[in-house]
Design a protein around this ligand. Structure first.
Ligand SMILES: *[C@@H]1O[C@H](CO)[C@@H](O)[C@H](O)[C@H]1NC(C)=O
Ligand SMILES: *[C@@H]1O[C@H](CO)[C@@H](O)[C@H](O)[C@H]1NC(C)=O
Ligand SMILES: *[C@@H]1O[C@H](CO)[C@@H](O)[C@H](O)[C@H]1NC(C)=O
Length: 403
């Protein structure tokens, strides 16, 4: 089961990343290419000699090229180099895109890439063996819209200098060894897709998360800890939010219900406690909801199971004590419903009762709206609710009985 989500949601990027090549014309050499090589063109376009320097510096810093990909990187016709894509309309031809995905190159990212700044729009270097950090000079790649450095061996703190790139929409750093905290500014940019999963990020989730204009945020498989920040006004553009397999604690905040466009929400494999908030019922577009492998408790409410677009509801390996009518009918609606490993008396494949004693009512307390049916969903006006938050549990009976 777990494998499935890994494959569908965390899978390695495609060899060509989305939206990629629509912009790119052909890269055929033209007869004028030798001529422009000797012409100096004023800015703002990169001069051919700058581009040449950029590519050759990069090439010379590569320590291993097992497929011999860079053997074509000779001579003045840069647009004929493997992996280099040029504009067919501009003269002299300018480099719009570099795609060296899956080339198994080893080395460092050379700072000279920044010489391509006026034109370079896509830089795709996934599935190589680049190590070290991302040079600060990358912050001058002001035309960059897609940066895919996933599945390398890059390390160091989060490269905050990338956050000033004014046109960046796709930032893919997953499957590397970045570490340290996520910066507050990460969620204050125009970036639409943020893939940081499978690194070693730690620390808490910045509260700016909820003002993000990204539609996809994947922070899975890191070491993030602390609570999911509360919110009174969450960004409605988020469609996929993946926090699975971190060390998040505390309650699921009510404000999660303000993510009115969300389709995939995966909070599994953390240490979240308390009940599912009533405002989950506001997630009218949600298709996949996975809160499995946490410490959630209470009765799984009908308002969750009633969600109309639900295709996959996983609550497995928590401490839920039961579910009622609507949840029992999910099977007839062809919704995948996994509730294994809870505390549901009379159901199959539940925890031994001894693990369930003392968990549930009173064991954890999250401050909630009293009425489950009259929740205020996002977009409906009426202003923000007064206070949604977590109230520390004052009496916590026999927590020690939990695993
Ligand atoms: C539902 O989600 C779970 C957990 O992510 C996954 O293991 C399972 O394969 C999914 N089921 C379907 C039918 O997609
Ligand atoms: C990744 O980098 C580390 C040092 O930062 C090195 O020890 C390790 O061998 C590298 N792994 C690969 C697959 O290149
Ligand atoms: C969570 O924290 C514990 C203890 O601090 C640690 O052993 C574990 O590796 C962490 N898990 C993740 C996924 O970071």
């Amino acid at each position: 089961m777990y494998l499935q989500i890994l494959l569908t949601l965390l899978s390695l990027p495609n060899p060509t990343t989305p939206q990629s090549f629509s912009l790119i014309g052909d890269s055929n050499p033209t007869s004028s290419s030798i001529n422009f090589w000797f012409t100096t063109t004023p800015t703002p376009t990169t001069t051919p000699s700058q581009s040449y320097t950029a590519l050759q510096s990069f090439k010379s810093s590569i320590t291993s090229d097992p497929t011999n990909l860079l053997s074509s990187w000779v001579g003045p016709n840069l647009c004929s180099y493997n992996g280099i894509f040029c504009s067919s309309t501009q003269t002299p031809q300018t480099i719009l895109s570099i795609d060296l995905n899956r080339a198994h190159l080893k080395g460092h990212l050379h700072p000279s890439f920044s010489l391509l700044h006026p034109s370079l729009s896509l830089l795709h270097l996934n599935s190589n063996s680049f190590s070290g950090d991302i040079p600060t000079s990358f912050s001058s790649l002001t035309s960059l819209t897609e940066l895919d450095l996933s599945n390398n061996n890059l390390s160091g703190p989060f490269p905050t200098h990338l956050l000033s790139l004014p046109k960046l929409l796709y930032l893919d750093l997953r499957f590397n060894s970045f570490s340290g905290p996520l910066p507050f500014e990460l969620f204050q940019t125009q970036i639409d897709a943020i893939f940081l999963n499978n690194n070693h990020f730690e620390g808490s989730l910045p509260i700016s998360l909820w003002s993000s204009s990204a539609s996809v945020i994947n922070l899975a498989n890191n070491h993030l800890s602390g609570p999911i920040p509360m919110t009174f006004a969450a960004s409605p553009v988020i469609k996929e939010l993946l926090f699975l397999n971190n060390n998040l604690t505390g309650c699921v905040p009510e404000g999660i219900g303000l993510l009115s466009d969300i389709e995939v929400l995966d909070l599994s494999f953390n240490s979240l406690t308390g009940r599912l908030p009533s405002m989950v019922s506001c997630l009218s577009g949600i298709e996949v909801l996975n809160v499995g492998h946490n410490r959630l408790s209470g009765v799984l409410p009908d308002i969750v199971c009633e969600l109309k677009r639900l295709e996959n509801l996983t609550v497995a390996y928590n401490f839920f004590s039961g579910f009622s009518g609507e949840c029992g009918r999910l099977g007839f609606r062809n919704v995948w419903f996994d509730f294994e490993g809870n505390c549901m008396e009379g159901k199959d494949l539940q925890r031994p009762m001894v693990e369930c004693v003392g968990v549930g009512e009173g064991g954890f307390s999250c401050f909630r709206i009293p009425s489950a049916r009259n929740v205020m969903c996002g977009g409906g006006g009426g202003g923000p609710p007064s206070f949604y938050g977590e109230v520390p549990s004052s009496s916590s009976p026999s927590m020690a009985s939990r695993p």
